[in-house]
Each structure stands twice: as C-alpha cells, then as structure tokens.
Design a binder for this molecule. Sequence first.
Ligand SMILES: [Ca+2]
Ligand SMILES: [Ca+2]
Length: 201
Amino acid sequence: MTNIELSGVYMKNIILVLSLTWFFISCNGVNSPLSGLLSKTYSDPTNDVIEDHIDIMSCHIDLNGDDITIDFTLENVPASLTFNHSALADNYLEYEYEVEFDSDLNGTPNYSISVMHFKPPGSSEIISDLISNTQANLWEDNGSSSSTIGASSSSLIGNVLTITTSKSLAPALSNLMIDHVFGISTFYTDGTTSYVDGVSL
Ligand SMILES: [Ca+2]
Ligand SMILES: [Ca+2]
C-alpha cells in the first residue's frame, strides 16, 4: 500500500497525460474522422407515412458556397392544403419540414432550418398553398429552448420544397459538413392525428 500511496502523484500525472491525449485526439477527430462531405442526397422510402405532402422520398443537402440549400423531394404536395384546423389548439405546430445540425458534434442539435406553420390564436381554417402559409427560418437550439436567429427563403417547384439559408446568419454555419447533419424530418397534424416522416441517417 505504501508504494501505491507514494506513487499517487505520479499516477495522477499519468492519468492527466492520458486524459489530455484523449482530449486532443477527440478534438482532432481521430476517433471519428469527419468525411469532409459538403453535399449528400438522403433517400427515404415512399408511402411510409400516409400524408403525401410530408412523405419524404429524398432530401438533398448542399453546404457548398455561401448558402445552405435543402431540397425535400416529397411524394405529392397539392396546390392547396388546409391550415389552422379547427381541431388544433392555438399556437400548436401544424406543419414542419426540418433539418437539424449538431455543429459542435456533442450529440445535441444546436441549429435547425425549417419550414413551419403554427396555428395563430383566433385563426380560422383556410385552404391555401404551402409556401405563403409557412415561415422559413434558421433556429438556434439551446437545450430546452429554441429561437429564430434569421430568415430562410423557401420555394415549392412541383413536389420539391427548397429551403435556402445564408451562412452569414451564424459563424458556426461556415464550418458545417454533412457529418453535422443530425436529423431530417417532417411533421403534420390535422388537430386529431399527427403524422411524421424521418430519414435514417
Ligand atoms: Ca418517406
Ligand atoms: Ca451540439
């Protein structure tokens, strides 16, 4: 026991060195090398959700250049959809097309880009097109809360929903790679039943 006690400081130093070595290896990505990919097309089965307008067939993410461009190819997006379902409570999420990023690779997403619609208080049901009734934004997620930090733009051509976001909205966006993609999903509710689709990464 005496020898172990005498060498306690030495052991602590060894543990410190090993810890620092692990830390630097982790920081350098040696344990999980990053691909460096800046674009990727993700495929998803068709008809794995009954609502065609949120059924992802593929999602292309392009991180080249000054913008982040996301193309959701959906099974079928009708020219008109129902918004502000009477069965849905005020302020609840009704539509969402979202890509989440984990920019610091700590296992928790901290940015997301989405097209969404929340039912405004006191609103009535309307039947209208997806783009003019949804908001497109960059969100920053801080654990329990999320806040918009800038506007994205969105368009729908055929069944392809495109969301474009300037990297200038947040410094961390400039370093994003495909490795940082954390989740790709869609959501829709009619106020009674909720539907989701998501891509397996
Ligand atoms: Ca699908
Ligand atoms: Ca993170």
